[in-house]
Design a protein. Structure first.
Length: 339
């Protein structure tokens, strides 16, 4: 230790620095508890690394030592930039647990900046999946979004859905298309837990992910009732029609008939006798209102049906389905047998 202390006391003596570095290279633990805020100590560590690349492990707290060096850099104190560059190629480049000052990315020179961002992005994902996570700053989030580990997480069908949703929640710039692909290829291949479905719904609502809503609606129509809690959480993005059909919220008696009216106007805009529908279903065209728009005529006809007059609803639905066999809304209304 005398040689090390002497080299630090006489930093302008390169021969002493070399001898001390050689000794530490043989026994990196000699770096121990040296004060890494001091430039001579940083120089000694840097020189040692040229002799032994594993000397990054030398300090009692390697991550803490590197963090100290970086704090020096941020504060404008004298700092060995080459040491930072060398350490950025070691596991110490992962700053996810030690650096809280997001300004660090503005101070790091290249290639250290890129190395540390990539390593920290990987580290952040590792801890985020375990539940130990802080929201990433903008620079780090961009690095996470392009990190291969995120791609692996979104492709893995064994990852816990709740853990992945937690990661997604922190990545405000993650594209809807990537989340949709993850849902279709991995997350939704088996039923969701209720808590996961609700969390997914919160995310959809906050991010306004309309494509994912449409996807969940399609799957729910096919019998995926486990997805209803998700749709309930983002029900403001679900049309009144599908809220009624899927039982996501209460709909009044008058609203239910109004939904039928909307669909009828959409399919037969000229009125109930459009394409001969009313007559084919067993009704009498003479009973229909003659004047007015197609919407007004349908409104009058719907009130006629509500009173139990002909044509009967099952016949009307049969004829409508004959005309539009692939219409999802029509098929859904027929299935729930409300009318």
């Amino acid at each position: 230790m005398e040689t090390i202390e002497l080299s630090l006391a006489l930093p302008n003596e390169p021969r002493l620095l070399q001898i001390a570095a050689e000794r530490i290279a043989n026994n990196p633990s000699l770096l121990g508890t040296l004060n890494f805020t001091l430039r001579p100590v940083q120089d000694l560590w840097c020189y040692t690394l040229t002799l032994n690349s594993e000397a990054w492990k030398g300090p009692n707290d390697p991550y803490g030592a590197f963090s100290t060096v970086l704090q020096n850099l941020i504060q404008g104190s004298e700092t060995n930039l080459h040491l930072i560059e060398v350490l950025s190629f070691t596991p110490l480049a992962d700053l996810s647990k030690y650096i809280k000052n997001t300004d660090i990315w503005n101070f790091l020179p290249e290639p250290a900046r890129g190395n540390c961002l990539r390593a920290t992005a990987t580290g952040w994902l590792h801890y985020a999946l375990k539940g130990y996570v802080n929201p990433p700053d903008n620079e780090l989030e961009m690095a996470i979004l392009t990190n291969e580990k995120l791609a692996v997480v979104l492709r893995c069908d064994k990852a816990d859905i709740g853990d992945v949703l937690r990661v997604i929640n922190y990545l405000s710039n993650l594209e809807e298309s990537r989340v949709l692909r993850w849902l279709n290829e991995n997350a939704l291949i088996k039923p969701l837990r209720n808590t996961d479905a609700e969390e997914l719904g919160h995310l959809i609502q906050n991010r306004r992910w309309h494509q994912i809503v449409e996807n969940l609606l399609r799957l729910t129509q096919q019998g995926r009732n486990d997805l209803k809690p998700a749709l309930t959480q983002c029900y403001s993005m679900v049309s009144r029609f599908w809220r009624f059909v899927l039982g996501l919220s209460d709909v009044s008696y008058s609203e239910k008939w109004a939904l039928l009216e909307e669909l009828a106007v959409e399919l037969y805009p000229n009125g109930p006798d459009d394409q001969g529908l009313w007559d084919r279903a067993g009704g009498k065209d003479a009973d229909l209102k003659v004047n007015g728009s197609g919407r007004n005529r349908w409104h009058d006809a719907i009130s006629y049906l509500q009173r139990g007059r002909r044509p009967y609803m099952n016949r009307l639905f049969e004829e409508m389905q004959t005309d539009y066999p692939q219409n999802d809304k029509l098929n859904a209304l027929r299935t729930i047998r409300y009318f």
